[in-house]
Design a protein around this ligand. Structure first.
Ligand SMILES: CC(C)(COP(=O)(O)OP(=O)(O)OC[C@H]1O[C@@H](n2cnc3c(N)ncnc32)[C@H](O)[C@@H]1OP(=O)(O)O)[C@@H](O)C(=O)NCCC(=O)NCCS
Length: 142
């Protein structure tokens, strides 16, 4: 399984996966473009036959790598692709001496399960954080 850095050229493929998975909660193409054109963000992906099947996008600050979006194409789910990207980011953040963090909706049990399995710990929560009033769970891998 090969993980490659993604740039703005793959914006259509990223948006397609994001829209498939997050639907009306997906970021817009414009929002992805702003990140992919900004060197403070990193994006990695996994491909099959040169087609993107899973991606992760994160914002790098001085001491932390903050995961902003991660998704896997429907038909490739539960095959370990998101885990591989997260393991890659764990190594990447360690190498750069940074923590790895994320924020997830409390009702997203699939994602919370995955993050917990990979060693992320819940450090705090924000009530009514999202538009639909769901709580944000803040997790760190340190
Ligand atoms: C979350 C997501 C990125 C995981 O991608 P993936 O490539 O399928 O992930 P992996 O195959 O590496 O990991 C699968 C793990 O997810 C969790 N999981 C999968 N289905 C689950 C279910 N029905 N209930 C609970 N946990 C589940 C488990 O921890 C599972 O690991 P296990 O098989 O060892 O139990 C993918 O489900 C997705 O795109 N979801 C929609 C977008 C999203 O919610 N992103 C996260 C926002 S913070």
């Amino acid at each position: 399984m090969q993980i490659k850095k993604i740039d703005i050229n793959l914006i259509d493929e990223i948006f397609l996966i994001s829209f498939e998975q997050f639907q009306k909660e997906s970021w817009t193409k414009q929002q992805f473009a702003e990140c992919l054109n900004d060197s403070n963000y990193v994006c990695f992906g996994i491909f099959e036959n040169d087609k993107l099947i899973s991606y992760v996008l994160a914002l790098e600050s001085l001491d932390d790598v903050n995961i902003l979006s991660i998704a896997t194409k429907e038909k490739y789910k539960n095959k370990g692709f998101a885990s591989a990207l997260l393991e890659h980011l764990k190594k990447y953040s360690k190498l750069n001496n940074k923590t790895l963090s994320l924020e997830v909706k409390s009702k997203n049990h699939v994602a919370i399960n995955l993050y917990t399995k990979l060693g992320f710990k819940i450090v705090s929560s924000r009530l009514n954080y999202y538009k639909d009033k769901d709580t944000a769970i803040i997790m760190f891998y340190m």
